[in-house]
Design a binder for this molecule. Structure first.
Ligand SMILES: CC(=O)SCCNC(=O)CCNC(=O)[C@H](O)C(C)(C)COP(=O)(O)OP(=O)(O)OC[C@H]1O[C@@H](n2cnc3c(N)ncnc32)[C@H](O)[C@@H]1OP(=O)(O)O
Ligand SMILES: CC(C)C(=O)C(=O)O
Length: 573
């Protein structure tokens, strides 16, 4: 019986929502740009990320995240909104007073354009070597109307008034290098000419120069359109704002449409010098742009990201601890499952790709389905191939080779993967590498008498002539269901002689179709492993596998393994 899902009548989106108007930049240049160097990064984890948390970080979590950001190599870190909360204020003071800010790192602090808040912000950064004071006010058509109830002039007044106070406070604090930053907040909902107008009004106050530039941050406070529109907006702004060379142009994408990473990348192509974002994209609503993904996207294009992501597990663990939010198992580069293939054809290609790369010894990473070498972010290869009902012979063979050195022949792979498939289908779950190995051992190598009535206890063999290819005679003791029988036969080699002896003594009708063997391990621990494809009593083809320090014994064990396996349920009836 099926249950119908209850859906309400769909809302008429053609009435309720409007398409975002295009920028009308017909001679855009950004599509032809290539990113050849990393942008300046600013982490806003401790501010924008923090303000979006159910439980904002206390000083201990903030400090742990700060230490991680420093270790990763961030040179600008927005540490809070010190005028808004005592925790943020105290945190900034702690960084300064405990001398925790390395040389070359600037702390950034956010403030609204309100005198008391600005004054308190400057109190917070007193004594820092370098601080970025970040002033914002919303400039969008919607916020002008519903939040501020002001015309454009009124909005410009708010920005200019704040900018003036910042300038005078900065001038009164010569011991601290102050970089001024202005964000026309809700930039993506602002007419572009107005965004330029208000920014230029702030520039008139701060008087940036090419030597002492100010940061203009153009946030997609809400991601309202596709990333190509954002790129057009950035390029339009960069082309139209005055004295571009006195500005550091920064982007600050949010992820409402799920395309913040693309927006940041296209924004940089469109001329942005700097990106503000957070680890794994924590932040308001659907988050800020994910700087780890951005950095590793650069890395996989051969561009040094200037951020160290070589221990992704530790970055994830720290971010999860500090934000109390999980990183999704499918998160780019960082998720638990992103270096794992379950599906057969992916596993086959990955396994072949890794082999080819190993053999070729070439430095360029080329493995199908793996855009980055897991080792480059500190992840191992153990989880690259995991086995469930979607997996095929390539994946199973990969595990046997990786963990146990078995180079199984192709048809044995097919045979064994059917066994594995039957288990994963029946049990509807993943099989661990240990379970796969146990299954293989039990089926092919076990000497457990309940399932393996046949065994060989000893053998001797001698050549019947002086030539290297002379026929051989072989004697062996065979146990069958607890009864030991001495058998003897001759043949072209030990296997042939053994098979002839078994066939004669027990009328088993063993035919050998194919034979492979190789060594596993080295030195005193080396063992021979032998794979024999056979038919037994007309059943098969089926494989037997033998393993022994003595190469002849390994092949005789393989014959016995085939005989035992021919009695298994899958070969009966
Ligand atoms: C897009 C962003 O992420 S912007 C950063 C947002 N982050 C935060 O808001 C976190 C920290 N903020 C806070 O804790 C509080 O907002 C405070 C302490 C800064 C201010 O608190 P309060 O004054 O009590 O309240 P509130 O934030 O609601 O103030 C809104 C008032 O400020 C005005 N305002 C809002 N933003 C700005 C601004 N950037 N510049 C000047 N005035 C502003 C509003 O118009 C409103 O004015 P009104 O009181 O005349 O209606
Ligand atoms: C303060 C600004 C830059 C901001 O956080 C945003 O617009 O999202």
């Amino acid at each position: 019986m099926t249950t119908a899902t209850a859906f309400s009548a769909p809302v008429d989106c053609t009435v309720k929502y409007r398409p975002f108007p295009p920028v009308g930049l017909t001679d855009r240049t950004w599509p032809n740009a290539t990113i050849t160097k990393a942008p300046m990064w600013c982490s806003v984890d401790l501010r924008d990320g923090n303000q979006a948390l159910v439980e904002p970080m206390g000083w201990e979590r903030k400090l742990r995240l700060w230490d991680m950001l420093i270790a990763m190599g961030f040179k600008e870190i927005e540490v809070g909104f010190p005028a808004a909360s005592q925790t943020d204020f105290d945190f900034v003071r702690m960084l300064i007073e405990e001398n925790r800010i390395p040389d070359g790192v600037a702390i950034q602090v956010l403030t609204q354009s309100r005198d008391a808040l600005i004054a308190r912000t400057f109190e917070a950064v007193r004594g820092a070597k370098h601080a970025v004071v970040h002033l914002y006010n919303s400039t969008s058509t919607l916020q002008r109307k519903v939040v501020f109830g002001l015309e454009k002039e009124g909005i410009i007044d708010i920005a200019v008034k704040g900018a003036r106070l910042i300038r005078s406070l900065a001038d009164s604090m010569p011991e601290t290098k102050i970089t001024c930053q202005y964000s026309p907040e809700s930039f993506t909902g602002t007419e572009l000419d107005f965004a330029v107008e208000i920014t230029e009004a702030v520039m008139d106050v701060w008087q940036p120069t090419p030597e002492h530039r100010m940061i203009v941050n153009l946030p997609a406070t809400v991601e309202m359109a596709g990333p190509h529109i954002y790129a057009d907006q950035i390029e339009w702004f960069a082309r139209n704002v005055k004295n571009r060379d006195t500005l550091i142009l920064s982007v600050h994408p949010h992820n409402d449409r799920g395309t913040a990473v693309a927006a940041a990348e296209l924004g940089v192509m469109a001329g942005a010098d700097r990106v503000e974002g957070t680890l794994f994209g924590n932040g308001e609503r659907t988050g800020n742009v994910d700087v780890v993904t951005l950095a590793l996207n650069l890395f996989t294009q051969g561009v040094d990201p200037q951020l160290n992501c070589s221990n992704i597990a530790e970055i994830v663990e720290t971010a999860e601890y500090c934000t109390r939010l999980p990183v999704h198992p499918r998160h780019p580069y960082a998720g638990e499952l992103v270096y794992t293939a379950f599906s057969g054809s992916h596993q086959d290609a990955i396994s072949k790709g890794l082999n080819a790369l190993r053999k070729s010894n070439q430095p360029v990473w080329e493995v199908p389905y793996l855009p980055i070498d897991p080792a480059d972010v500190g992840r191992g290869y153990e989880a690259v191939i995991r086995i469930n009902s979607q997996s095929g012979k390539g994946g199973v063979a990969y595990i046997l080779e990786r963990d146990h050195g078995l180079q199984t022949p192709r048809r044995l792979r097919i045979e064994f993967s059917e066994t594995v498939q039957a288990i994963t289908d029946t049990e509807e779950r993943e099989l661990s590498p240990d379970e796969i190995w146990n299954t293989f051992e039990t089926d092919y190598l076990s000497r457990d008498t309940a399932d393996n009535p046949w065994s060989i206890t000893e053998y001797t063999t001698i050549p019947l002539g002086r030539e290297a290819d002379s026929p051989r005679s072989l004697k062996a003791l065979i146990s069958h269901n607890g009864t030991t029988t001495a058998i003897e036969g001759t043949g072209n080699g030990p296997i042939d002689a053994f098979v002839n002896a078994l066939n004669a003594a027990f009328t088993l009708d063993i035919q050998v179709l194919d034979y492979h063997e190789h060594a596993v391990g080295s030195g005193a621990d080396a063992q021979a492993i032998c794979y024999l494809e056979t038919t037994v009593g007309g059943k098969g083809p089926l494989f037997g596998v033998g393993r022994h320090t003595n190469i002849v014994m390994a092949s005789l064990e393989a014959v016995i393994s085939a005989v035992n396996r021919s009695g298994r349920a899958r070969y009966q009836g």
